[in-house]
Design a protein around this ligand. Structure first.
Ligand code: FAD
Ligand code: NAI
Length: 496
């Protein structure tokens, strides 16, 4: 999605409680806005957003902040996949399992924990408590921003017309933000009991599996493998491609694969699943083929995590056509679909299915509808994976940079000499930088270390702002921190 042409650096946008910005002044003096600064309309709403996930709710809040009369239609809980059965619940379970793993290793730091056990039901309860708090937060934000929440399924009846439940509403613009659902490949035996997706695992009953087979060694696969392996489950990951996280930097994949194996996870790559059958003893057997040889992995349940499909089922009334590509709604770089006045954002239309991408697109599309310049640069997207140690990656990997004709240079530092890493007993980690030897600009960064998911934003800021290796090396970073390794990385790069 190349929205760069209409991104303008230096545009402030509006934040709650801020002094009137340039845009607020424009609204007050604008004949299209009433005295309260709300855009005039003959429709029920200026904007109706369908779906209240991170794309939809951020879009609605931004639209309301920009003076648009806004409604959101949601058929389930607000917060979407991310809050209810995605980002937040997985990270809550990852954290709970990490607390358990740390408690087991506490002796090494002179802390006696006594007997150490876990209660999976309580871990799920704690997760649900966090989710409920955040959900309540979104509903309050809607109320305070004046966003109308319409409960029910949203159906586009044509340009400017949305049916929410039984009621037909009109809107000047419609934003589709209906997200995605887990993909289910046509594997024999997939529909039987015990074969689940992340939806059932996170929203269903808290059932701890002594053994789990995960089909798919992508992001969901490796995060769940981490949770379950930490709790002592026998985990097998079956991945069709030659390595885990196949689209990421090779060193990240290799290091992760090695660390997962060290924790007892069986990782099978280049493996194609043939069928899933139930054995006489009640367990499930996944039969696969790898490099011409047949094999089998057994588990009490099977988690299918092979990607997610855009969710547009039943979204358009009969006779309403919109262009799609393999189920994804096709949009231009202003997020317009083939139906006039109808936009699409987030997982339902985006090549990158991440919450922060959906939210950033939500902000930009609201600005587009309000007629103000985009405040977010959508060209640089960080990806984070919450395994141990964490993974943070942004920009180009070496191979991509070479394909694009850059004078590719790379620098790498290992984390074993970093003081903070030694203090916390961090696992084998590294930071890798990809930059252009000709301009010295940073092209990509790939971190696998403690707090990589927080530290990656420093590299995103450098890429978005076209900063050089030398500019980044000139910054003092505090001691002792994991971040000191960033200085070391840029110093190493500056020598190249
Ligand atoms: P969604 O969040 O899917 O929201 C769509 C909303 O639309 C839903 O609430 C749905 O009920 C509603 N809806 C659908 N159709 C209709 C209709 N016709 N009428 C009314 N409402 C409708 N991303 C990250 O960035 N970081 C992570 O750590 C992360 N972890 C993840 C972990 C898991 C297990 C999963 C599955 C995903 C994870 N993701 C993560 C991806 C992230 O959840 C999605 O990219 C994000 O939720 C997409 O946001 P969205 O607003 O496009 O759609
Ligand atoms: P994914 O695309 O990350 O990984 C799917 C994996 O399954 C791929 O490696 C693919 O090669 C493999 N695969 C496909 N078919 C297969 C088969 N038949 N047998 C074996 N392997 C097969 O998708 P995943 O993990 O389902 O995640 C979906 C989306 O959710 C991702 O796009 C990601 O963006 C998002 N997500 C993000 C997280 C984060 O940001 N931390 C965490 C979890 C999910």
């Amino acid at each position: 999605m190349g929205s760069k042409p209409f991104f303008q650096k230096g545009f402030g946008g509006e934040t709650e409680g801020a002094q009137p910005s340039g845009n607020a002044c424009i609204r007050v003096c604008n004949p299209h806005y009433n005295q309260k600064g709300t855009k005039k309309t003959m429709s029920d709403f200026n904007v109706i957003v369908i779906g209240a996930g991170p794309g939809g709710y951020v879009c609605a809040l931004k639209a309301a902040a920009l003076g648009l009369k806004t409604a959101v239609v949601e058929e389930r809980d607000v917060g979407g996949t991310c809050l209810n059965r995605g980002c937040i619940p997985t990270k809550a379970l990852l954290h709970a399992s990490e607390v358990y793993a740390e408690a087991k290793g506490a002796e090494a730091y002179g802390v006696t924990v006594g007997s150490c056990a876990f209660d999976f039901t309580k871990m799920h309860e704690k997760k649900s408590e966090t989710v409920a708090k955040l959900r309540g937060g979104i509903e309050s934000l809607f109320k305070s921003a004046g966003v109308t929440l319409l409960r029910g399924k949203g159906v586009v009846e044509g340009s400017g017309k949305v049916r929410a439940g039984e009621t037909l509403y009109t809107a000047d613009s419609i934003v589709i933000a209906t997200g995605s659902t887990p993909a289910r490949p046509p594997i024999p035996g997939l529909s039987q009991e015990g074969v689940i997706t992340s939806d059932e695992l996170l929203e269903g009953e808290a059932t701890f599996d002594e053994s789990l087979v995960i089909i798919g060694g992508g992001v969901i696969g490796v995060e769940f493998a981490s949770v379950y392996a930490r709790l002592g489950c026998r985990v097998t990951v079956i991945e069709a491609l030659p390595r885990l996280l196949a689209r990421m930097d090779k060193d990240l994949s290799q290091n992760l694969q090695m660390l997962l194996k060290k924790k007892g996870v069986k990782v099978l790559t280049d493996a194609m699943v043939k069928e899933i059958v139930r054995d006489g003893d009640g367990a499930l057997t996944v039969r696969y083929e790898t490099k011409g040889k047949e094999g089998a992995a057994q588990g009490s349940r099977v988690l299918v995590a092979i990607g997610r499909r855009p969710n547009a089922a039943g979204l358009f009334a009969p006779g309403v056509e919109v262009e799609t590509n393999r189920g994804a709604i096709v949009v231009n770089d202003r997020f317009e679909t083939s139906l006039p006045g109808v936009y699409a954002i987030g997982d339902v239309s985006s090549k990158i299915q991440l919450a922060h991408v959906a939210s950033a697109q939500g902000t930009v599309v609201a600005e587009e509808i309000a007629g103000v310049a985009a405040s977010v640069d959508l060209s640089t997207v960080p990806s984070c994976i919450y395994v141990s140690p964490e993974i943070g990656s942004v920009g180009l990997i070496e191979e991509e940079a070479a394909e694009q004709g850059y004078d590719v240079k790379t620098a790498k530092v290992m984390m074993y000499a970093n003081g903070k890493t030694l203090i916390v007993g961090g696992e084998r980690g590294f930071m890798k930088l990809v930059f252009d030897g000709a301009t010295r600009r940073i092209l990509g960064a790939h971190l696998m270390c403690e707090r990589a998911t927080d530290m990656i934003s420093e590299f995103s800021a450098a890429i978005v702002n076209g900063l050089t290796v030398e500019q980044m090396a000139s910054v003092i970073r505090p001691h002792p921190t994991f971040n000191e390794a960033v200085s070391e990385l840029f110093e190493a790069a500056a020598r190249l």
